[in-house]
Structures are given as structure tokens and as C-alpha cells.
Design a protein around this ligand. Structure first.
Ligand SMILES: Cc1cc2nc3c(=O)[nH]c(=O)nc-3n(C[C@H](O)[C@H](O)[C@H](O)COP(=O)(O)O)c2cc1C
Length: 223
């Protein structure tokens, strides 16, 4: 996953049971050379601690929209500017709903709305929440807004049920991000040749022919 090297990833963790998997995703991204800053929603802090996230990411962990620490720079603007890509993992039903409405009542949702970067969502929730019509409508909106989805998968859930809504594995998430950066670098290399004006038929001035009666062969030159 060499395309992750030196890439700036803003990693947002929401309050879902699969938040523990995000520690592994962060470890993988870091191992492959990415620079990581993290935002934890206040619910996320119930599932993973800022200390474990800071230790694994070796980067700063943010949570508060109104922080006195960074009074000179507005985090919600500077974090979005800093990032090459934003990943929300896990993405809860609540955050999906907030993003679909454009709600900005915490640091995570405000940074996302203030961003013009590509945003990846990795939804994770109980199958009933995933199949709820309001989640479906919200997701349709988010796709229209340009958000990209990774997963969710079908399988056994932490709540004991089986179905769609299980978060994708860290390796798959890291791989998708690697692919995103690979595509980005290939698009930069691609150069299009645009021509204007009429096209002219090209007549080959030299032909190799065979004389039918004599059987002789040779080149004929046209002016
Ligand atoms: C034990 C437990 C596990 C939860 N797991 C999930 C989950 O996997 N997905 C989800 O969408 N919400 C889950 N929730 C509910 C969210 O924590 C809740 O909706 C919260 O408001 C999400 O806040 P956030 O989107 O700001 O992080 C869970 C709640 C509890 C108590």
C-alpha cells in the first residue's frame, strides 16, 4: 500500500461498537506511512480512549468544537484544509443522519461540512438500523452529495443478529484509501490531447502492389 506514504488522513471516529476496529485501521495506515490526525465524537470516547488513539496514530486527537487550546486557528477549518482525505470510521446511523441534513453541532460534523475533500464513510450499525427507510433515504442523499461508501458487509453482528450493517475490515478500508491515492496520482499523470478544426483523410504516399498479369511486385509512389 505504497500510495498511502506521506498522505494526510483526517480520521473521524464515531460512537459505535466497531470503534475498536478503527484502532487497527489507524495502525495499518500509520504503518504504511500515512500522517494521521483524529477527531473523536463525544460518543466515540465511550468506546475508545483518546490516549490509545493518540498512541497509535502518533498524531493529535481532537474532540471539542469550542477549544481554548487552539484559539488562533479554527480547528474546523484548518483540519479540513490540512487533510488529503477524510475517513469517518465507524460511521453511525446518527452521523449519517446529521450529514444528510447538514447538521453541524459538533467538531466532526462541522469539519465535514466545511470540507471540499473526498470523504469516505464506513457505516456500521445493527441490521434494522441499516435497513430503516430513513437510513436509506439519508444514504441516497449522501451519495448525491459525493460521499463515498466503503461497506458495510453482511455477517454476524456484535448485537447477536445477522445481516447487513457490519463494518468493513481495516485491511479493506486501508486498501480502498490506497486505491484512491493511486487513482489520484494516475489522473495527475494523464494528459489529454484536444484537437480543434476539421480532420483530413491521410493517403499513404507509398503502396506495395502486385501486377496481376505479370506477377511482378514493387512499390508505387503517389504525389
Ligand atoms: C453499546 C452501544 C453500541 C452502539 N453501537 C452502535 C453502532 O454500531 N452503530 C450505530 O449507528 N450506533 C450505535 N450506538 C448508538 C450511538 O452510540 C448513538 O447513536 C450516538 O448518538 C452516536 O453518536 P455519534 O454519531 O456522534 O458518534 C451504540 C450505542 C451503544 C450504547
Amino acid at each position: 500500500m505504497k500510495n498511502l506514504n506521506n498522505k494526510k488522513i483526517l480520521f473521524i471516529i464515531c460512537g459505535g461498537i466497531s470503534a475498536y476496529k478503527s484502532l487497527e485501521t489507524i495502525r495499518l495506515l500509520k504503518k504504511n506511512g500515512a500522517e494521521i490526525k483524529t477527531i473523536l465524537t463525544s460518543s466515540a470516547k465511550e468506546f475508545v480512549t483518546p490516549l490509545s488513539v493518540a498512541s497509535l496514530s502518533q498524531g493529535k486527537v481532537y474532540s471539542d468544537l469550542f477549544s481554548l487550546e487552539n484559539e488562533t486557528e479554527m480547528d474546523h477549518i484548518s483540519l479540513s484544509r490540512w487533510a488529503d482525505v477524510i475517513v469517518v470510521s465507524p460511521t453511525t446511523a446518527n452521523t449519517i443522519s446529521k450529514l444528510a441534513q447538514g447538521t453541524t453541532d459538533d467538531l466532526a460534523s462541522t469539519v465535514i461540512l466545511a470540507s471540499n475533500k473526498q470523504i469516505y464513510l464506513t457505516p456500521a450499525m445493527n441490521v434494522r438500523m441499516w435497513e430503516h427507510k430513513s437510513t436509506k433515504i439519508n444514504l441516497k442523499k449522501l451519495k448525491d452529495f459525493g460521499y463515498k461508501l466503503i461497506g458495510p458487509e453482511t455477517g454476524d453482528m456484535a448485537c447477536g443478529e445477522y445481516g447487513e450493517g457490519k463494518m468493513s475490515e481495516p485491511l479493506k478500508i486501508a486498501d480502498k484509501l490506497n486505491q484512491f491515492f493511486l487513482n489520484q496520482s494516475q489522473n495527475k499523470k494523464f494528459k489529454a490531447l484536444v484537437t480543434a478544426g476539421p480532420t483530413n483523410e491521410y493517403i499513404d504516399p507509398v503502396r506495395f502492389i502486385t501486377n496481376k498479369s505479370s506477377g511482378k511486385q514493387g512499390y508505387v509512389f503517389y504525389d
